[in-house]
Design a protein around this ligand. Structure first.
Ligand SMILES: [Zn+2]
Length: 343
């Protein structure tokens, strides 16, 4: 066990203290500061430093609620190590309730590690990265689907890296999509820089979805247990885990005709090869095209826009192996299966 040490940003939060602070990362047109809300919980006992970020995309709110709860829940007298919560990373996008930084539509999550001589997004990213991300040992970055879509609760992580795989598994999600993230994303940059980081994808933009938020709280608990920040807490392992590593195990199903989309699968997002996923009909209801599942799998993302043109994505399907399929079927049978990507 290591000795407790202060968490330094410019000021410092000594061991045994929780501090809610605002940190300036930019300025508005009026010259007012743009400040991110941050909570630092520095435990009385030494241990790893964990960052958690939400709203890098300004309209993705589930993670904001998760971090509000995390910041309120953990007490520095019980934590072995340090938890750093960046409640809202993309403040201009959050204020405008949109994904990107307004006016020039810059993506903060493609701007890391950023530079102080570059555009607004890179300057903001640089402030966040240097002050709050670089000092950390591991990280969790909370996202949702982009608007007009919803996604099954899952983790994205580069499972080829053992340090990242440990983090992803201990978070305890059923579904893990493995692979490197896009260049300039917080996950990729932090991971390559020695801070293993995973992305948590949960539900829809513009909403608080309480069942997902509760699961994320359990995931945070489990990670803190695995890394010794909560030494007496058990790590939570899920009943089944599907790790999707190959591109051939996932597919965006796209429309081949234009028209009105009606989803057909029944309640549970499990479809068997050849099942009808949805139909696309014309406005006169004289023509109806059936969209069939190309393989047996889970529908993990759904477009919520009910009109489609040829080429529009309809849903995201991942295959499941025999063993996982049996476990999912057992859970469905027992009424335990709770994945509802569209709710
Ligand atoms: Zn996002």
């Amino acid at each position: 066990m290591s000795d407790p040490k202060p968490f330094r940003y410019e000021a410092e939060v000594p061991p045994g203290q929780k501090r809610h602070l605002r940190y300036e990362i930019s300025e508005t047109y009026l010259g007012d500061p743009v400040e991110i809300p941050v909570t630092v919980i520095n435990g009385e006992h030494g241990g790893p430093t964990v960052f958690m970020t939400a709203a890098l995309h300004g309209d993705e709110l589930n993670g904001v609620k998760v971090l509000q709860e995390v910041a309120a829940r953990y007490d520095p007298t019980r934590i072995h190590g340090t938890v750093v919560c960046i409640h809202v990373a993309n403040v201009p996008g959050y204020l405008a309730q949109q994904r990107y930084i307004p006016i020039y539509d810059l993506d903060l999550n493609r701007s890391f590690p950023g530079r102080n001589s570059s555009n607004t997004a890179e300057r903001m990213a640089n402030q966040i990265y240097e002050r709050f991300i670089r000092p950390c040992d591991i990280g969790l970055d909370f996202h949702t689907s982009t608007r007009n879509r919803t996604t099954m609760y899952h983790v994205r992580a580069d499972m080829s890296r053992p340090d990242v795989a440990r983090l992803a598994r201990s978070y305890g999600s059923n579904l893990i999509l493995s692979g490197e993230a896009d260049a300039g994303s917080l996950r990729t940059v932090a991971t390559n820089d020695g801070t293993p980081t995973i992305t948590v994808e949960m539900g829809r933009a513009h909403r608080f979805q309480l069942p997902l938020i509760e699961r994320a709280m359990e995931g945070v608990d489990s990670v803190l247990a695995e890394y010794g920040l909560l030494p007496n807490r058990p790590v939570a392992w899920p009943g089944w885990t599907r790790i999707v590593e190959n591109a051939s195990d996932k597919a965006w199903i796209r429309a081949d005709t234009g028209g009105l989309v009606e989803m057909q699968y029944d309640g549970v997002p499990l479809v068997y090869e050849g099942d009808t996923i949805c139909t696309i009909s014309n406005h006169f209801k004289t023509r109806e095209k059936r969209v069939a599942a190309p393989f047996t799998g889970l529908i993990i993302g759904v477009l919520q826009n009910p009109v489609a043109a040829p080429g529009h994505p309809l849903c995201h399907l991942v295959s499941v192996d025999e063993k996982t399929l049996r476990e999912i079927e057992r859970e469905i049978e027992a009424g335990e299966f709770s994945e509802r990507p569209w709710s």
